[in-house]
Design a protein around this ligand. Structure first.
Ligand SMILES: Nc1nc2c(ncn2[C@@H]2O[C@H](COP(=O)(O)OP(=O)(O)OP(=O)(O)O)[C@@H](O)[C@H]2O)c(=O)[nH]1
Length: 660
């Protein structure tokens, strides 16, 4: 919750930061309009999620993503599928006032933010690659910060500060929001994130490189176009000069200036080849215009005009032709027709006596000439401007949307230095733009995303396996413990812990197991004066004596094919299936002997002795209680007869069967 509290104001602040920033920096809102709207929608999606209006968040996030997807498709689809013109039409409807290529660069960032919103909604943030989306968004932000201004490339990244700040706010809000959530799976996320983020970084680097390369190629193409046009312009002037020289020379055999008809006929032939010539005039030696072609509303009033007076800028050039007999050429001057241009004056020299009959004036309207030339370039391709220094000579500016940069090619026409500015149109640039960078970006980022998903899933499965293995191990250990405990409980239920001999219950079971064996003897053994041992030597020694007797008894009875058990207290019992009373007595004696040999003594050094009651069932059914009672009776008798004795019961009545 505390993270959400931090994220909330950041999400809310993002669109405000963008809007205020743009207003304060007096940046045109129209240009940033689409991006501003997208930022607003993304922020609204985030905010709605933070405020728990999930439906609203969904309603905002999905259409925003759809919008972004359409924009993305604009440069993903091949031209053959959807033409640039079609996209432009759609784009005009979707984003009036701004152009798709203006906001393509932040598109990646906004797409990442939109997808992050989606991952918020689906609550599968780390699984859906949200960390990589964040990393990529961070890279896109960084790229926008570091990238140069768009003037150096048609699709360079937008550096609009307020919009960047808004994007950073949205990213930060996402970061703050998930910091707590990823704490537990941080290791898994990091392991998947680094390799995929590295791939994303390499992809973006490669994309940027290819992107700049494409820019350079386009700039070069435009430069070549400018140079080509410039070359054509200068070739054109050379051509018409050569033609005019021939034209001027064609009058040298005349004795007098040409007649109006002659002039109109001949000049028309040349004018057809060079329609941009505003006129072709014959000027007499006194600089008067004698004939002019074509005879139109601009030219006809010029007839009779004395050029030396009327056009001082051209006087020097005309003087060369009329006085020196050489070709004269004006600079770009204001023509009598009202537009800038140049005039070439070619002397008409009589062949016979080298008399200068006059001059041919060829008026080149640069605007007309450039227009003729510019018409060869499709208007949407580029805007073309012809400049003489700062002076605008001609312009063709029909490119619907001028691109972000222009190319200036210097033109040299004789001694004239002009500049041809070529400004390519956006649409033409986009249409010619190679798709490789975008394909690289899309493929690389998709791969990085898949890599993240694969690594994360692998790591997740590894953890699951590890967890399962650990659980299995614990389960096995638990089962072992429980089995051991169970066995212990079972053992304790049938054994005596101190002597580790079978207890009374087990003894009765053994007895029952041999209920068909005859003879069946039972020995009831009791340590004599054991109380004294306890009292004088202590209970611990008493316990040791009991354990020792248990060990001895087990050894003796085991050798005799019987079972030795502890009945309780210092009383022991033995079962000897198949042993007659004599045999049983002999075993009892062996037991007494073993005890004697063990040198268990009282405090005064007297040996610890054992009294034994023997009962044998030779025939008839076994009644355990009765048999034991008979043995007990015999034992009682042994005790009362002085202890350290063996007394035999006579079955079924308890009759002494003898003693030592
Ligand atoms: N150390 C120890 N003493 C036990 C245990 N079970 C019973 N005893 C003791 O065994 C003694 C049995 O004494 P009694 O049966 O009264 O008689 P006794 O001293 O053996 O004399 P007699 O049987 O008449 O020869 C008691 O002092 C009990 O406390 C045991 O598990 N450990």
């Amino acid at each position: 919750m505390k993270y959400r509290l931090g994220a909330l104001p950041l999400s809310a602040a993002a669109p405000l930061v963008a809007l205020l920033g743009l207003l304060m920096a007096s940046l045109p809102l129209a240009g940033a309009g689409t991006e501003l709207i997208l930022i607003g929608l993304t922020a609204a999606g985030q905010l709605a999620w933070h405020l728990r209006h999930l439906m609203l968040s969904r309603l905002v996030t999905w259409p925003t993503l759809a919008w972004l997807a359409i924009a993305l498709l604009s440069y993903q689809l091949p031209e053959a599928w959807v033409s640039q013109a079609d996209w432009n039409r759609w784009e005009g409807r979707l984003m009036a006032g701004s152009h798709i290529d203006d906001w393509r660069p932040p598109l990646l960032m906004l797409l990442c933010l939109g997808l992050l919103n989606l991952s918020l909604l689906t609550r599968t943030r780390a699984n859906l690659g949200a960390p990589l989306l964040m990393g990529t968004a961070g890279l896109a932000l960084l790229a926008q910060l570091l990238a140069p201004h768009p003037t150096d490339g048609p699709l360079a990244l937008s550096p609009d500060g307020p919009l960047l700040a808004a994007q950073a706010c949205l990213l930060l809000a996402q970061l703050v929001d998930i910091l707590g959530g990823w704490r537990t799976s941080r290791n898994s996320i990091l392991r998947a994130l680094w390799p995929s983020l590295l791939l994303a970084t390499l992809t973006m680097g490669l994309w940027y490189h290819q992107h700049r390369d494409a820019d350079r190629q386009q700039q070069q193409a435009i430069a070549e176009l400018g140079q080509r046009l410039g070359q054509r312009l200068s070739d054109e002037i050379d051509d018409h000069l050569a033609a005019m020289r021939r034209f001027a020379a064609s009058w040298r055999w005349q004795d007098a200036p040409p007649s109006a008809d002659q002039w109109a006929y001949q000049a028309e032939l040349y004018h057809q080849d060079f329609p941009y010539l505003l006129n072709i005039a014959f000027i007499d030696p006194r600089s008067r215009i004698l004939h002019v072609h074509p005879a139109n509303a601009y030219n006809t009033p010029l007839l009779g005009t004395r050029l030396f007076e009327a056009q001082p800028d051209g006087r020097e050039a005309l003087g060369k032709a009329l006085h020196d007999g050489t070709i004269g050429q004006t600079r770009v001057i204001a023509l009598l027709q009202g537009q800038p241009g140049m005039v070439h004056y070619l002397p008409v020299i009589q062949a016979r006596d080298a008399r200068i009959l006059g001059a041919v004036g060829v008026v080149v309207g640069l605007r007309s000439m450039a227009d003729t030339l510019f018409r060869q370039v499709a208007p949407d391709t580029a805007a073309l401007t012809l400049l003489d220094g700062e002076r605008l000579l001609a312009h063709q500016g029909t490119a619907r949307r001028p691109g972000p940069w222009r190319h200036a090619s210097p033109l040299t026409l004789d001694d004239l230095s002009l500049t041809l500015i070529t400004r390519p149109g956006h649409d033409a640039l986009l249409a010619r733009r190679p798709r490789l960078p975008v394909v690289t970006l899309a493929a690389g980022l998709t791969l990085a995303y898949l890599l993240y998903l694969a690594l994360f899933a692998r790591r997740y499965m590894q953890l699951q396996h590890r967890q399962a293995r650990r659980s299995n191990r614990e389960l096995r250990r638990e089962v072992r413990n429980r089995t051991r405990l169970q066995q212990e409980v079972e053992w304790l239920a049938t054994h005596d812990e101190l002597t580790r001999l079978p207890n009374r219950r087990r003894f009765l079971q053994v007895l029952a197991e041999h209920d068909r064996v005859r003879p069946l003897s039972v020995l009831l053994c009791d340590i004599d004066h054991f109380k004294l041992v306890n009292d004088r030597l202590g209970h611990l020694v008493g316990d040791r004596y009991l354990a020792e007797l248990g060990r001895l008894g087990h050894a003796v009875l085991d050798a005799a094919g019987g079972v030795f058990a502890r009945l309780g207290g210092e009383e022991f019992v033995a079962c000897l299936p198949g042993s007659s009373a004599e045999d049983a007595e002999a075993v009892a004696r062996r037991l007494q002997a073993a005890l004697a040999e063990s040198r268990l003594t009282h405090q005064d050094g007297a040996p610890v002795t054992l009294s034994v009651g023997v009962a044998t069932l030779d025939e008839g059914p076994l009644v355990a209680d009765e048999l034991l009672q008979a043995a007990d009776d015999a034992l009682y008798r042994a005790k009362s007869l002085g202890r350290d004795r063996i007394e035999r019961a006579t079955s079924p009545a308890d009759l002494p069967v003898g003693g030592p």
